[in-house]
Write a protein that binds this ligand. Structure first.
Ligand code: AMP
Ligand code: MG
Length: 437
């Protein structure tokens, strides 16, 4: 399905989760093309390695050196010429002429019939290509013995450039940088990385019933929890958060808040105010400020959602559109729709080449009721069953407003659109929260 910023989708029937995701991905790629944001110098930054975690690498990192820099020993043992392995001689005798340690190469020459004691990582002496592990040898005075059929020429040696070759990419552009990437860059002597700038993401909560922390709760009011869940979710992605606070359910306040967000942010995420009835005046404002579709998505929780763009506010630099996600108000629905639709879009907008976390499977400990025709995200705890297999059990009541079901869980059980009831013992798809939410 195609979503064009100039042709809003105002849907009455329910949209499949996959169609919604595709429409979002299409719009994000149009925005990237329009703004050439991927290559715009304004969107790039050079940061020291120790600040690069969770950032998106902006250009291929080419290795300035071969890794390893020289052939070296993969074992503690004895290095020698492979030509000494004469299979017609059952036992090989070699004279030990010296020792090489990691970082302390042996400068002398090793002749046929001789060997050098080497530690793991020690540079291989000239013309030696094979290492016999120490435990396979018998030592006698200054010589060693070992059966000739214990190894082949060239074994137990790491080759120069085997891991990385000079001039070849060690990490490709678009990588969401992980601890191992920082270690890899450091191993190449690279102290800074060119990364994409942090996206600016504005958040707001809409609803007359919402109170800020520290305020007292009058009849019918509740604390605004969504901004805190969203802040936590966004902090996992290391973004710049612009907190636009609580906005009352009136068109003027809402319009003011949207304009403020559109003047500063790359993305605005609101929660609440998109369900039937409430959405009506939001729709009206959105028609003035941009191009937003109001979706009914075939999913649970998280059915109503708004999505589209806000036009750049005059004076905004760079003059970019703001991507808008109007998430439902229910606290669990906010987190589910963030996971399903927002997280991947934020990564895509920032040039990441891998935007979706892996799904795994586990055995359901209990039966789960499920109607075909919508995708469900149940909250669950992943553990092991009595046979040691990965298994999941749901965390109690699954209502969209029951945040405790989310807080106690460590994963979603994702039940696909066509899926019907699940029997106990059946395999189900799982998305782990860890490192994600
Ligand atoms: P809405 O989508 O605005 O109709 O809200 C759906 C439900 O979520 C209502 O019960 C709201 O009170 C609740 N809700 C909306 N926004 C928030 C929020 N920021 N924090 C906690 N609950 C909320
Ligand atoms: Mg509301």
């Amino acid at each position: 399905m195609k979503y064009s910023p100039n042709s809003p989708i105002l849907l009455t029937s329910s949209l499949h989760v996959d169609e919604a995701r595709q429409a979002i991905a299409n719009l994000v790629s149009e925005l990237l093309q329009e703004s050439s944001a991927i290559n715009d110098p304004e969107d790039l930054e050079i940061v020291p390695l120790d600040q690069a975690i969770n950032r998106v690498l902006a250009e291929d990192l080419l290795s300035p050196i071969d890794v390893p820099a020289a052939d070296n020993s993969a074992m503690d043992g004895y290095a020698f010429h492979g030509s000494c392995l004469d299979l017609s001689t059952p036992v090989i005798h070699l004279d030990v002429v010296g020792t090489a340690l990691a970082g302390k190469p042996y400068e002398g020459k090793i002749d046929p019939g001789q060997c050098l004691k080497v530690m793991t990582g020690a540079v291989m002496p000239t013309a030696c290509d094979t290492v016999i592990p120490q435990e396979l040898t018998t030592i006698e005075d200054d010589s060693i013995r070992f059966p000739s059929d214990q190894l082949k020429a060239g074994e137990n040696r790491r080759l120069k450039g085997e891991d990385l070759q000079k001039g070849k990419p060690a990490i490709t552009a678009g990588r969401l940088l992980r601890p191992s990437d920082l270690g890899l860059a450091a191993s190449l002597g690279i102290a800074t990385l060119k990364v994409r700038r942090k996206l600016k993401v504005a958040i707001l909560s809409s609803g007359d019933e919402l109170r800020s922390l520290g305020e007292s709760l009058d009849a019918g009011s509740i604390y605004d929890s969504n901004r805190y869940s969203l802040t936590g979710l966004l902090n996992r992605l290391d973004l710049e958060i612009i907190d636009c606070g609580i906005v009352r359910d009136d068109p003027e306040s809402l319009k003011k808040a949207f304009i403020e967000a559109a003047s500063k942010a790359d993305v605005l995420i609101s929660s609440g105010g998109v369900s039937v009835g409430e959405a009506d005046y939001t729709k009206q404002i959105m028609q003035e400020l941009g191009d937003v579709g109001f979706w009914k998505i075939a999913m649970r929780p998280g059915r109503p959602m708004a999505f589209g763009i806000l036009k750049p506010v005059p004076g905004k630099s760079p003059a970019r559109k703001t991507l808008f996600f109007g998430l439902p108000g229910n606290p669990v629905a906010v987190m589910v729709t963030f996971y399903q639709f927002v997280r991947g879009a934020l990564l895509q907008l920032n040039g990441a080449n891998q935007t979706e976390p892996p799904l795994v499977q586990a055995v359901s400990e209990t039966a789960i009721r499920k109607k075909p025709g919508r995708t469900e995200f149940q909250r669950a705890i992943l553990g092991r069953d009595s046979q040691g297999r990965p298994s999941v059990r749901l965390t109690g009541s699954q209502g969209a407003g029951i945040l405790r079901s989310m807080s106690e869980a460590n994963c979603f059980v994702i039940l696909g659109h066509e899926q019907g009831n699940i029997a106990a013992g059946e395999l189900v798809d799982i998305a782990l929260f860890d490192g994600l939410l």
